[in-house]
Structure formats: structure tokens, C-alpha cells
Design a protein around this ligand. Structure first.
Ligand SMILES: [Zn+2]
Length: 322
């Protein structure tokens, strides 16, 4: 005890030697740091806004220029020059009510279709090879898919959200933003596939259309089974599943399986009955299986007897997935 008392008496501690201006300059420094943070974040916010608006304007200009070049090189689908295709387009539009859409046929080599546009009318482009390999029912799925994008606002949302997701960001954040944008893109594809199914009213046509996008040469059940086996194996590889996270479209097998699930739902039955009423089809029974589509000359319609066979019998894999 005596030792402790001695220590207290010896130790002298004072902070009065702090320079008079030290605390003032400390406060000033902190205030300056806060001011710089506010200023830089404001500038970043404003620059991000300018970037997004700039991207949007650039996209709008590119869309306009693309539209103009399309008008020069592609054929506008109309009831006079392309009556059969115009009928298919009209049926899809009546069913899905996408709003004003100009439909063009472009001479290209790929199997593809796409839609774009911020203001009305939106533009839907079909690539010519689709007409060579798709039956009318399958074309309805393709056109309905694109009209689904239009009806759900994906065309203009894609322009805006794509611009937002592309803002300059530190590397890690940029990857996360891009992955989130692509995730939304893939969900849009599932939604548009549902629209395609509603437009064609037949899971069989919808599935064939999806498979023919990557295997257009399908002529028989054997061809189909081979193509589907390859498509089905796609998600077996971990590298493909990782790559999918940065792609705008889901793997085909996921799209096919999603459609199958949806075709079994009560919601689908109700919506199908609703869109069918738009074109005067009174039946409320689900038409996901085997409603024959009258063949037209523009594409190779499937033989009638083939369409009568339920899809489960034609494609055993459908059973295997239950
Ligand atoms: Zn799509």
C-alpha cells in the first residue's frame, strides 16, 4: 500500500503541452474530409446520371438507325405480300395484345428473331431461315415469344436497365451489376417463352421450336431425340452452369423444363382459355397437347398423323422428367 501512494506522488501527467492549434486543425481536417466525401459522391452521382442518360440517348439513336437500315433491307410483313405469315402474326397479336408492333422479315443466315424499341411502334424481326424450318405452330411460338417481350415492356426496360447496369463501377461491383442484369434477362426469357406457349397453344410446338433453334435440321423422331440428348447434357457441366450466370439466355433444357411446368399449371389453363377467346376459340380445355395446326405453304407443316400422337409417347424424356 505504501508503494502505491509513493507512485501517485511521483507520476505527473498533463496534456497542456498540446499546441493551441492542434485541435482546431484536427476538426478542420475532419470537416474537409467529410466535405470531399459529399462532393465526390455528388459528382459521382451526377456523373452516373449523365452516363445513364448518355447511354439511353446513344441506345435510342442506335435503335433509330437500326430501324432505318432495317426498313431498307428487310421486308415488312403485310397481308398483301406475305398473307400467310401476316395471318400468323395477326393471330399472335390478337392473343397477346402487345400494342403497336411492326414485323419485319430479314434475310439472314442464322435462326433467330428479336425485338427492340423504346417508343411505339416496337419492332419485331424474324430471320428468314425460321420460315424454312418452322411449322406455323412453331412460328407462333417464336413470334409470341417476341411479342411477350414487347407486351411485358422488356424492350424499353432492357435499354434503361442495361444502361444502369453498365455504369462505371469498381471491378467487383461491375461484375455483380452485370450478373444481376443478366439474371433479369434470363427471367425475361422464361416469361417470353410463356407468351410463346400462349400464342401457339401447344407445348409440343413450343418445345420443337426451341429445339429447332439449335438443331434446325430435325426431320424425324430420331433426329429430335439426338438433339434433345445434347441439349439435356448441357447443364451437366459445371463450367456451363457458371457461364450461364453471365448469359442473357438460360440453357435450352431449363427453358424446356420451365415451359413443361408452366403448361401443367392452373394459371396457364386460365390464361390460355383467355387468349383463345381473343381469337374466337371457345374451348376452355387446355390446348397444350396436340391441337393440330392447319398446314400452310410457307413452312413445312408436320404430317397430320404425327400431330395426333401425344407428346409423351413421341418423346419419352417427357415422362422421365416427371
Ligand atoms: Zn427472348
Amino acid at each position: 500500500m505504501g508503494v502505491l501512494i509513493l507512485v501517485r506522488q511521483i507520476i505527473f501527467r498533463s496534456l497542456r503541452y498540446r499546441h493551441d492549434n492542434e485541435s482546431v486543425i484536427l476538426v478542420l481536417t475532419i470537416l474537409l474530409v467529410l466535405a470531399v466525401i459529399v462532393l465526390t459522391s455528388t459528382v459521382t452521382f451526377c456523373l452516373s446520371g449523365v452516363f445513364v442518360v448518355g447511354m439511353f440517348v446513344l441506345s435510342a439513336l442506335m435503335i433509330r438507325s437500326h430501324h432505318q437500315s432495317l426498313m431498307r433491307t428487310a421486308y415488312a410483313i403485310n397481308p398483301v405480300q406475305t398473307p400467310e405469315l401476316a395471318d400468323v402474326v395477326e393471330e399472335c397479336a390478337l392473343k397477346l395484345q402487345p400494342g403497336p408492333v411492326d414485323v419485319f422479315l430479314a434475310k439472314e443466315k442464322q435462326m433467330n428473331a428479336y425485338t427492340f424499341g423504346v417508343g411505339d411502334p416496337k419492332v419485331l424481326v424474324l430471320f428468314s431461315p425460321l420460315l424454312k424450318v418452322m411449322s406455323p405452330g412453331e412460328l407462333k411460338f417464336i413470334i409470341g415469344h417476341e411479342m411477350g417481350h414487347v407486351a411485358l415492356g422488356h424492350t424499353w426496360l432492357n435499354t434503361i436497365v442495361g444502361g444502369l447496369a453498365g455504369i462505371p463501377a469498381p471491378f467487383g461491383a461491375a461484375v455483380i451489376l452485370y450478373a444481376a442484369f443478366r439474371w433479369w434477362n434470363r427471367l425475361c426469357e422464361f416469361s417470353a417463352d410463356r407468351a410463346g406457349l400462349l400464342a401457339c397453344g401447344d407445348l409440343h410446338h413450343a418445345t420443337l421450336a426451341l429445339v429447332k433453334l439449335v438443331a434446325p435440321e430435325i426431320r424425324s423422331q430420331v433426329d429430335f431425340d439426338k438433339a434433345l440428348a445434347l441439349i439435356d447434357a448441357e447443364d451437366d457441366l459445371a463450367s456451363n452452369r457458371i457461364a450461364e450466370a453471365f448469359q442473357s439466355h438460360p440453357m435450352l433444357i431449363r427453358r424446356i423444363n420451365e415451359l413443361r411446368e408452366y403448361a401443367r399449371s392452373e394459371e396457364y389453363r386460365q390464361l390460355q382459355a383467355g387468349v383463345n377467346r381473343n381469337v374466337g376459340v371457345r374451348s376452355t380445355r387446355p390446348v397444350a397437347y396436340g391441337r393440330p395446326t392447319p398446314p400452310v405453304t410457307m413452312a413445312q407443316a408436320e404430317p397430320e398423323e404425327k400431330q395426333q400422337v401425344p407428346p409423351e409417347e413421341r418423346w419419352p424424356w417427357l415422362k422421365g422428367r416427371d
